[in-house]
Write a protein that binds this ligand. Structure first.
Ligand code: IFG
Length: 403
């Protein structure tokens, strides 16, 4: 579905593929063989035949637009630069304690009130349904599928601040602009919670061509364990009723999963439980793929609870080695989350994302055989000029001999 053959010969350059995505990816490869900016000078390209097909179907990045909000005009350049490296999924973390970022017509206070601030007390913001659809269409033109996440039952303070009736004590929470986690929970045994979930997931599913809805499920420290399992299984039913497959952070694997559900590994071994249930996994190890982790002790942006992740550490790992029982069959692929507690601008996004996402994109596309830091860093060095040409505010890591 995404493979291609690129033949470069004196008489012609040809790209053949089964599907349009393959043509697009062949074109990305060809573009990497020529200078990044237009030139009238003749260009010499070495003759070659490149027969190429991705190892994993899920090659993704997640952008947390809840801790800090990023308007459509800031997300589009990120989409452009991800597509150049054959990334094909952009997971948008649309709700959290600090913000609700997507208009829901049947619960309009979620965005209007729940989206009115952000970490640090700024103005926040949200995507109207038209803006969300604009992002979906823009990404699709570059073969990137948008995956929406509404995080439940924890990470729900913005919703609990927007509607008193969603709270067990019928009292609306205050808006929250800090960076603590684990203090909020939907009220599991109130009927209105499931009307809320059905309405939200219904409206989101109608706006989302992707066959997935991500329902979060992480860090539900204020939800009793049995109540958590009950909610996850009910949400899984709601997602299915709206014709979508449920994705959740790996804690969801403690509940009974449908074989179509997907657990996203980030920091525990619940994903192994998902595999044992016959579900599939997306691999996002916090120690390797969390783009909000500092590169080194000097990095001003980001956090370091999962350790420092330099360009080499973000590249030298194998997805099927991160989860017990993982194989190329039950791993859908890889995803690199950028949590934005400390990230406020597109420059900040680019600084933490590039160049580490380039190595993760290669892990998602290329076979593991021969993966070597010394070989990779030489190739990566040539991309400094390209990233500069595309005005990407990348981190010029000292370990890379940038050309
Ligand atoms: N863990 C939380 C995120 C974010 C992150 C920051 C997950 C699944 C720490 N949950 O990662 O909301 O706060 O690195």
């Amino acid at each position: 579905a995404e493979g291609y053959v690129l033949t470069i010969a004196p008489e012609a350059i040809c790209i053949h593929a089964n599907r349009p995505a393959g043509i697009f990816y062949g074109a990305q490869t060809l573009l990497q063989l020529v200078p990044p900016t237009p030139t009238r000078e003749p260009i010499a390209i070495r003759a070659a035949t490149i027969r190429d097909v991705p190892r994993f179907e899920w090659r993704g990045m997640m952008l947390d637009v809840a801790r800090h909000f990023f308007k459509v005009a800031d997300v589009k350049p990120l989409i452009d630069n991800l597509a150049r490296y054959k990334i094909n999924r952009l997971h948008l973390h649309l709700s959290d304690d600090q913000g609700w970022r997507i208009e829901i017509k049947s619960w309009e206070r979620l965005a209007k009130h729940g989206g009115s601030t952000e970490v640090g007390g700024g103005a926040g913001g949200y995507y109207s349904q038209a803006e969300y659809s604009e992002l979906v269409a823009y990404a699709a033109q570059q073969y990137i599928t948008i995956i929406p996440e509404i995080d439940v039952p924890g990470h729900t303070n913005a919703a609990l601040a927007s509607y008193a009736e969603l709270n067990a004590d019928e009292t609306a929470r205050d808006l929250y602009t800090g960076t603590e986690v684990g203090f909020s929970s939907l009220s599991i045994h109130q009927a209105i919670t499931y009307k809320f979930l059905d309405d939200v997931i219904g409206e989101l599913a109608a706006l989302t061509p992707a066959p997935y809805i991500h329902i979060g499920g992480d860090e539900a420290r204020s939800t009793a364990h049995d109540a958590y399992l009950y909610l996850i299984e009910r949400v899984q039913e709601i997602v299915r009723a709206h014709g979508k497959r449920m994705i959740g952070w790996e804690e969801i694997a403690q509940a009974k999963l449908l074989p179509t559900s997907i657990a996203q590994h980030w920091c525990a071994d619940f994903a192994a439980q998902a595999i044992r249930q016959g579900a599939r996994v997306i691999v996002s190890p916090s120690t390797r793929a969390y783009l909000d982790m500092k590169y080194d002790a000097a990095t001003k942006l980001g956090l370091d609870w999962a350790g420092l992740i330099d360009v080499e550490k973000a590249y030298m790992w194998e997805p099927t080695a991160e989860v017990q029982g993982a194989t190329d069959e039950n791993v859908l692929g890889v995803e690199a989350p950028l949590w934005t507690e400390t990230i406020e601008t597109l420059d900040d996004i680019e600084y933490m994302t590039f160049p580490r996402i380039i190595g993760i994109a290669e892990i998602g596309w290329s076979p593991q055989v021969n993966r070597s830091w010394d070989e990779y860093r030489q190739r990566l060095a040539a991309h400094g000029a390209r990233l500069k040409a595309f005005d990407v505010n990348f981190f010029a890591a000292p370990q890379v001999p940038w050309e």
